[in-house]
Design a binder for this molecule. Structure first.
Ligand code: SF4
Length: 442
């Protein structure tokens, strides 16, 4: 039995490789290998694949292994035709993809993943090319877009199966596809499997998850809905996986994409940090996914510094009443306290950034101004992100009830480049631009 995994292209107005790895797909790969299936991978977003050099000259890495994707201008989807920006396909050239498909040859099924919902046109185009070469091979589409927009994916992508569940349901899918009963339970897949990085020839960095989900329920987020139960992996197993793949690829940057890495920190993150310090792997570690400022303490910050952490992002989002109204995950004084702890531990303004969202429902310009001011005063950087309503979040339902969003809106309209052209929230386009400029000024 042979299965091909594919990480599809991104279609967007802008995209940057900020440590993007299809980690869910790599777990699928590990699970399939465990049941004796031969697994192959084409990652159209892997800028570090040596085979790319036959088609394009590869751009060098920027900071910590991040970098620019190869891109080609393409036609915009009809819905976006009036947006005055160039629309592009980000990732490997078409010729590379076709060549890889031919090289791998006939397989019994092809699994395609998906991530941001408004990137679905890139998924559809990827499947279009697969169908040209292998019209009879079943194509399974999974990932975030498939889970959130199952009906839309059925209608718009030409996939034969939409896998809208988590990995514990993989045995059921395999039975359906191959009529083969798997004797392995996938209930504890997260505890037992390492993401199958060995499917790559070369990577420029490694991404790991040490936990799934989040016990908080912020109104703009769906983490707790995607993962009904918050689970953490034994730090010893996490470190063993990191060590194994650092040895294999000799990478210098390791990224943790957890939503809530500080929960139970004595038994989890601090233990992990102590193990990383012991291993002395000579790599940089990064936490780009918004740490819970409230849960940080001096000892943890010291351990992070000693272990070699370089990028730390604190989840802040906004100042003002909205902090409480959106779930109360952090208040101004907690953000300040966490920033001070990190600076005292030896991190610099460049190392520590706070995420601030702009144009959230009911957010005032003053809330953002105050949040930016607080970060500047305490001496950390700011990363401004324009609010995007996420399907299934509490805010989403509120916006639909208020008539601000049509329930059936196509996800391409939720792209944050597109939102300012139609989404009427508290702030106008100029206000958003002003706040962004202020955040990036010294
Ligand atoms: S925004 Fe962060 S804290 Fe809030 S629910 Fe999502 S992951 Fe959890």
């Amino acid at each position: 039995m042979r299965v091909l995994l594919i990480n599809p292209w991104i279609h967007d107005f802008a995209a940057y490789d900020f440590w993007l790895k299809p980690i869910g797909l790599l777990y699928v790969g590990a699970a399939l290998k465990q049941i004796g299936i031969d697994v192959y991978l084409i990652d159209l977003l892997n800028r570090h694949d040596p085979d790319l050099s036959k088609f394009i000259s590869q751009k060098p890495d920027k900071k910590f292994g991040t970098g620019k994707f190869h891109s080609e201008q393409i036609d915009k989807p009809l819905l976006l035709k009036n947006i005055p920006r160039k629309y592009k396909r980000y990732g490997a050239p078409v010729e590379y993809f076709l060549c890889k498909l031919e090289e791998i040859g006939r397989v019994d099924a092809i699994f395609v993943t998906s991530s941001l919902t408004y990137w679905w046109p890139g998924v559809a185009e990827t499947i279009k090319y697969i169908k040209q070469i292998f019209p009879k091979t079943p194509v399974v589409l999974g990932g975030l877009y498939a889970r959130l927009y199952t009906d839309h994916a059925k209608k718009n992508t030409n996939a034969d199966f939409i896998f809208d569940k988590d990995l514990s349901n993989l045995p059921h899918l395999i039975n359906q596809l191959f009529g083969k009963t798997i004797g392995v339970s996938m209930k504890k897949w997260f505890e037992e499997l390492d993401p199958a990085y060995e499917l790559y020839k070369k990577v420029g960095y490694l991404v790991f998850l040490t936990s799934l989900g989040c016990p908080y329920s912020c109104t703009y987020c769906i983490s707790s809905k995607l993962w009904k139960k918050f689970v953490q992996r034994d730090p010893q197993k996490v470190v063993a996986a990191i060590k194994r793949y650092v040895d294999l690829f000799q990478v210098k940057n390791i990224v943790f994409f957890d939503d809530a890495i500080l929960i139970n920190k004595e038994r989890h993150f601090m233990k992990l940090l102590k193990l990383l310090i012991k291993e002395q792997l000579k790599v940089n570690y990064h936490l780009p996914n918004g740490l819970h400022a409230r849960l940080l303490d001096e000892e943890t910050a010291k351990l992070m510094k000693e272990a070699g952490f370089k990028t730390i992002k604190l989840g802040y989002e906004t100042s003002g009443n909205l902090q409480k109204e959106t779930g109360g995950k952090v208040y101004d004084e907690e953000l300040v306290r966490a920033a001070e702890i990190l600076l005292k531990a030896g991190f610099t303004k460049e190392d520590v950034q706070a995420y601030i969202m702009v144009n959230m429902p009911d957010q005032k310009e003053d809330d953002v101004l105050k949040a930016i001011e607080i970060c500047k005063q305490v001496g950390i950087s700011v990363s401004i992100n324009e609010y995007t309503p996420i399907y299934g979040s509490l805010d989403w339902f509120k916006l639909v009830d208020q008539g601000a969003i049509d329930e059936k809106i196509d996800p391409v309209m939720l792209n944050n480049t597109v939102l300012p052209y139609w989404f009427k929230n508290n702030m106008d386009f100029q206000a958003v631009q002003r706040l962004k400029a202020l955040a990036h000024s010294n």
